[in-house]
Ligand binder design. Sequence first.
Ligand code: PSU
Ligand code: MN
Length: 308
Amino acid sequence: MDYTQFLDVNPEVAAAIKEGKPVVALESTIISHGMPYPQNVETALNVEKVIRENGAVPATIAIIGGRLKAGLTADEIEYFGKKGLAITKASRRDIAAIVSRGMDGATTVTTTMMIAHMAGINIFATGGIGGVHRGAETTMDISADLEELAQTPVMVVCAGAKAILDLGLTLEYLETKGVPVIGYQTDELPAFYTRKSGFGVDYRMDTPEELAKLLITQQAMPNAGGVLVTNPIPEQYSMDHDVINKAIDEAVADSVRDGIHGKETTPYLLAKVKEITGGDSLDSNIQLVYNNARLAALTAVEYCRLSK
Ligand code: PSU
Ligand code: MN
């Protein structure tokens, strides 16, 4: 037995992979847990459109009725968005239980990387990744996303990580695990809502071609893990540092007061930040996902050209 019996690659995605055409994977936790309905569905469909406009085939990834899906139909995206928080957030530890029970699962960065790799997709666009939480020196709350980046040879294009995390410790962890952190047209790690964090990246790269070359080289290494590309939010959508940091500090304090822990922590913090900043943070969030989808598609195009 192997994973192929649980995997459904949608026909368009399967054909593109077979023909060596560019494909970009997308996650589903951002749909069910990251944004409210109906903006989540609208955004998910638009992200797919952005990927197509930039020359690649989108493959939104999720678990539906126990099937690992690479590529969803518009109806399946609508179903996921409507069901929202009622869908189980699926990280690496959850995948076998969800599949064996025939349940639905929203894939995080971790499980999206896993399923993308099973399907033969090399590049994945999202908003923000999980990381080392503030206070992790006592809680040990470190996202499985970092472990997956260490072991699965997929490139993840994100807008950095939110300051709900300890960004310095997140970078230390990625260094330990051997994950290269690339800044796209920047020397500084972007912090999701803002373009700057005060922390440097490992390497700055300025073109999709450079990113594609790096991924091809990385994948040729023995026991290759992934690559993290951090793409700053476009200037016109970035938020004021003080406003967003104040909201984040308040959200973290609330989570401690409410005794939130485990897999609930990230969704709780994301929802609180959204509540405190009103619609502003949601708007920025949507725009940076489009920006990452565009870069991922352009990189996938280069990856296919250079792989021929
Ligand atoms: N960070 C965000 N938005 C998100 C997530 C993280 O800014 O939607 C989601 C992603 O799916 C990510 C997951 O993989 O949360 C990480 O959760 P945890 O910290 O429980 O590992
Ligand atoms: Mn966690």
